[in-house]
Design a protein around this ligand. Structure first.
Ligand SMILES: *Cc1c(COP(=O)(O)O)cnc(C)c1O
Length: 413
């Protein structure tokens, strides 16, 4: 077996550092009390195959060099760490933007799909399935399947297919088959159910690419490690620009939690670095139209892991709402549930209106049109005061091209 120290992909976890990690995953697949793998028996062989192999495969030098090469030449990494001068002047603190919006396909999601497609190939899989809500993860998956010449099937709710026509077209152009989920509310959770059903029926040749730090162990950990390239870059980029390896704050929006997990990863155990997680409050946290999962959520099981989710007293999932399609998920990944429960991260809720204004402000001040998800992270500067010498890194998770219609309708452009 290859020595794990040779890889730059973090190998964290308490099996490595002897149980000292308080906030990262433990060897049983839990973050504190959250995580685990709560799956139907029929899925056990697939998930177990992945669990037994993922760290070993990630530690292989061949795997790492192929991953690094693609991140560099195909995705365009490293993404810049940009000092936002005018934004910093406006809020009287030092604000850096981690420009995941400049990645190929326009967001951080490609970091994970590149990692998982290489994992699938190493496991000998021939067929890729995924679920998608707004279509962003579907596009990132269809992209890497085209790149690797693998068959790609994307499950998507019938309602979402109608709402997200440009992304459906992109997936088709990239060679994917988009299958409508016709049951239930015909949105993301129904698409997820269809994908799981497919995986149960095709256990040998199929890999299921999950798009965030959610799902049964080892998915949350695997996705966090692939996304951790973001915090790895932040370290050396800050060293170059500020002469220090760590910021005072890292801010990221949270849907399932993958861009936040990537931006936090190398700083999780270093409590000098304060973590801020921004959730979508929709029309207001207590309006009944919100996606502020950690604040409103209760412990429960969704998509195979124990976490916080929005549910009624008898355990029915409450449909989330946010103006941002990438944030309206009724749960949150188990890492984030743990960060919330332990107080390691501060959770701030931002409404549709606050996010839209912050997004527009960034356009005017810095010439950058952000994804509405990322605009939620930017909105905290109106709520929270920072010191003049604080270094605040904001994960700019994606670009706003996909959201133009929402911006047009909201601002009557
Ligand atoms: C999907 C998406 C998100 C939310 O997903 P996380 O897993 O929480 O990062 C945030 N920003 C953008 C641009 C997205 O596409």
């Amino acid at each position: 077996m290859v020595k794990q120290e040779n890889t730059a992909i973090p190998i964290g976890g308490s099996e490595v550092v002897g149980g000292k990690e308080l906030y990262n995953i433990n060897h049983k697949g839990y973050y504190g009390e959250f995580g685990g793998a709560y799956i139907p028996e029929m899925l056990f062989p697939n998930v177990e195959e992945l669990r037994q192999n993922y760290l070993k495969i990630m530690a292989e030098p061949d795997f790492r060099s192929e991953f690094d090469q693609l991140l560099k030449d195909y995705v365009g990494r490293p993404s810049p760490l940009y000092f936002a001068k005018l934004l910093s002047e406006k809020y009287q603190t030092k604000i850096y933007l981690k420009r995941e919006d400049l990645n190929h396909t326009g967001a951080h999601k490609i970091n994970n799909t590149i990692g998982q497609i290489l994992m699938a190939k190493r496991l000998g899989k021939k067929r890729i399935i995924a679920e998608t809500g707004a279509g962003q993860h579907g596009v990132a998956t269809a992209t890497v399947c085209a790149l690797m010449g693998l068959e790609c099937i994307v499950y998507m709710g019938e309602i979402d297919i109608a709402r997200q026509a440009p992304n459906v077209a992109r997936m088709k152009m990239l060679g994917a088959t988009v299958i409508p989920a016709l049951s239930g509310s015909r949105t993301l959770k129904d698409a997820t159910n269809e994908a799981i059903r497919d995986w149960i029926n095709n256990p040998i040749d199929t890999h299921y690419i999950i798009g965030s730090v959610v799902g049964p162990h080892p998915y949350p950990d695997m996705v966090a490690r692939f996304q951790s390239v973001v915090s790895e870059e932040i370290q050396w980029q800050l060293q170059e620009k500020e002469g220090k390896l760590k910021p005072d704050y890292i801010v990221a929006c949270v849907g399932g939690g993958s861009n936040a997990a990537g931006a936090y990863y190398h700083f999780l155990e270093d409590t000098d670095v304060k973590l801020i997680a921004v959730e979508a409050a929709g029309l207001g946290v207590h309006s009944g139209e919100s996606a502020a999962t950690s604040i409103l959520g209760k412990e429960g099981i969704i998509h195979g892991s124990k976490t916080l989710l929005m549910q009624t007293n008898d355990g029915q999932i409450i449909e989330p709402y946010s103006i941002s399609a990438g944030l309206d998920y009724p749960g949150v990944g188990p890492m984030h549930a743990h960060l919330y429960k332990t107080g390691r991260a501060e959770f701030i809720a931002v409404t549709d209106d606050q996010a839209m204004k912050a997004g527009m402000a960034l356009c005017k001040l810095e010439g950058i049109i952000p994804a509405i998800e990322s605009s939620h992270a930017l909105a905290i500067f109106e709520q929270k005061k920072f010191n003049a010498d604080d270094v605040v890194v904001v994960s700019l998770s994606g670009r706003g091209d996909k959201d133009l219609n929402t911006y047009i309708n909201y601002f009557k452009l």
